[in-house]
Design a protein around this ligand. Structure first.
Ligand code: C2E
Ligand code: MG
Ligand code: MG
Ligand code: MG
Length: 281
């Protein structure tokens, strides 16, 4: 009797995606299939200069158009890809897609009259920690007929600290290729800015958790102001992410924050929509 009921019972209690080892395996297989079936896509979110409002670039944000589950955000699948080394293939796809897009924008004249219009690519720790990562980037750039100057790489504090021995060399190699290097979600890790001064970096992105608590939260104000002022003092460009209100913009700009990204400027958009958005400006 229990056996007869087994299937229905299982479906009723079916755990959510990736909660079990089995679901994890299914997702892994689907991810691999998704890569070969071209189900991944990059959305682009604009970044603008505080003083001029000029478009300076866009962050590439990965999406998965899953045949059954619809459009998926990276937080729902990246952790599985990371567990299974699939992230290396997926990460290389992202890099190549960003390089090809950057080239297409130049060929179409889309970038004319704007800032450097770099495409910022998020890296996973697995990619960055792999020996010869800079060689991979160079190969992808060459194969895409793209220049390092067209791309920016976003790393987290954690990734830098976990690899403090090799990070300086890798970062120097990437910058020698012309890439801009930025630290994402700054303020959430364990890094002190002193640590970061020893690394060849270009930019800090203030975590949107702090920005969300502005303008009213006094604690967030103190932390954010300190980060912006120290980073600027160290010669780093500061970008605020998740900026949603004019009040947040004004406060941050007053402290010296140079670039803004967030709903106030524009949400992440599919490539065609982003291109239309740029042309309409
Ligand atoms: P992130 O790099 O910190 O990206 C910013 C996230 O905040 C994005 O979420 C973006 O859509 C969202 N966001 C931006 N502005 C606003 C705003 O004003 N309000 C709100 N509520 N949200 C805003 P998304 O696209 O879901 O990406 C989540 C995370 O997934 C990213 O955080 C990044 O860590 C990771 N990720 C995205 N694409 C890739 C990728 O290609 N490779 C890797 N390894 N990680 C990626
Ligand atoms: Mg990012
Ligand atoms: Mg971020
Ligand atoms: Mg994040």
């Amino acid at each position: 009797r229990a056996k007869a009921r087994g299937r229905a019972t299982y479906q009723f209690f079916e755990p959510s995606l990736a909660e079990t080892a089995y679901a994890d395996l299914v997702l892994e297989a689907e991810l691999a299939q998704g890569l070969t079936r071209n189900e991944f896509e990059l959305f682009f979110q604009p970044q603008v200069e505080a003083t001029t409002g000029q478009l300076s670039g866009a962050e590439a944000l990965l999406r998965w158009r899953h045949p059954q589950r619809g459009l998926l955000s990276p937080d729902s699948f990246i952790f599985v890809a990371e567990r299974h080394r699939l992230m290396l293939a997926l990460g290389e796809w992202v890099l190549r897609e960003a390089a090809l897009t950057a080239r297409r924008w130049r060929e179409q004249g889309l970038t004319q009259g704007h800032g450097p219009m770099r495409i910022a690519v998020n890296l996973s720790r697995m990619q960055f920690h792999l020996d010869g990562f800079a060689d991979t980037v160079k190969r992808v750039l060459d194969e895409s007929h793209a220049k390092g100057q067209w791309l920016e790489l976003e790393l987290t504090e954690r990734m830098l600290i976990d690899d403090i021995e090799h990070a300086p060399t890798t970062l120097a190699q990437l910058r020698a290729l012309g890439l801009t290097v930025s630290v994402d979600d700054f303020g959430t890790g364990y890094t002190s800015l002193a640590h970061l001064t020893e690394l060849p970096l270009d930019k800090l992105k203030i975590d949107q958790g702090f920005v969300a608590r502005l303008p009213d939260d006094v604690g967030a104000q103190a932390i954010t102001r300190a980060i912006v002022q120290m980073a600027v003092g160290l010669g780093l460009t500061v970008t605020a992410e998740g900026v949603r209100t004019a009040a947040q913009w004004q406060l941050l700009a007053g402290w010296g924050c140079q670039q803004f990204q967030g709903e106030l400027v524009g949400s992440p958009m599919p490539a065609a929509e982003f291109e239309a958005w740029v042309r309409a400006r």
